[in-house]
Design a protein around this ligand. Sequence first.
Ligand SMILES: [Zn+2]
Length: 446
Amino acid sequence: MSKHVMERRRKRKPMWPLLLLAVIAAVFAVWALVSALRGTLGNTDPDAPPAQSDEQQPGPDEPKTEDQLAAERQALLDEAALLAKGYFYDEAIAALQGAGELQNAETDAELARIQGLKDSLVKYEGQLYHVFFHSLIVYPELAFDDKGHPAEGYNMWMTTVSEFKAMLPLFLENDFVLYDITEMMELDENGMAQRKDIYLPEGKKPLVISIDDVSYYDYMLPDGFAQRLVINEAGDVVTEVKAPDGTVSQTYDGDVMPIVDQFVKEHPEFSYRGAKGIVAPTGYQGAFGYRITDPDWFTEAEFKQLCDDVKAIAARLRETGWQIGCHSYTHNSFWRGDMTLAEVKDDLDRWKSLMEPYVGETNILITPFGGRFDVGSDVYDYIVNELGFNIICPVGSGMPTSYEQGSMMQDRLNLDGYTMIKHPERVSKFFFDPTPIIDPARPPLD
Ligand SMILES: [Zn+2]
């Protein structure tokens, strides 16, 4: 009898746990006796509980039927194929190598096929690609009604849900595959950044997606954007969206993240080993729609809940292939472009101390307004060497990547109304012609 049960007994708790134990013990004794008589007990894990007796299913001591083996084998083959589709070759190979009694010519053939896929990866020597978005416009009729925030700003710098959904199959058709930006750089023994080797199937090209300002600012809330991120009952990070009629619902298509998650589920070949992209909140209005930098607005319990929610969302995003990046604390003070060290320090130190405890550590800095810092300047030195932001992403339509001193700099192309309408050639040069996918709900852009 366990100590636990004894304690329960002393506390005069109900007797049913003891009775249950007795029944289990009796069932086990009978099962052990039958097994011993058949001479199979030695093959059975003695710690395993007896299986529920069921006339339809053989017990653990009986060999599996051919049908059972076939079903388990098919499940293994399906699992291996899915892993391989998402470039988890080693994991797929390990699963098949551990097939045990399921091994047959079919699993051998699948093992050989996946080993062949792994062996045919080639070192990718070409350009790295990085596109970025802001939170998507869910209801263009609200964003472009010119009430509240001017429609022109949204028309220039934002992308609509329908446009974004139309882009993903085009990236896939054109052989792009989502790739983890932190796997594009490594430091040598002297702390100098260099390009890390990338191996992809022949013809595939690595793509990074980032989303700026994932804070769901107050000014955007009446304009048809998601209100915040939430984790739904299925454990997925989804968007909470308010329809024009005021009803609030959780959706899988209110911003870039859940849309990419769903697309990768349907097309695992679009993501290299589960990579998704970079989610980059600022700090001055919190993160993901939670005002975690305004503790004075809340009771202690409310504030703790907000912080816990942000922690959980950030953790879930990371688990599902997303990186969190820093997009500065104040954002707009970077507009000037010539901030002093003291100003940069004041801003980024605030992000580090007020945001990072909740969204988690990051070495990725997504600069506001595409700002850049001179390599070797005191500001650069502080950002890279003191704060550890050694992946810095400004804006530049050619998307060059450079490795300088201790950091990687990777320019990004904004796939928004401005680029698609005014400079479609910037998109078609690398990706696809954006003109057919421009949302007809957009007003003219002068
Ligand atoms: Zn921004």
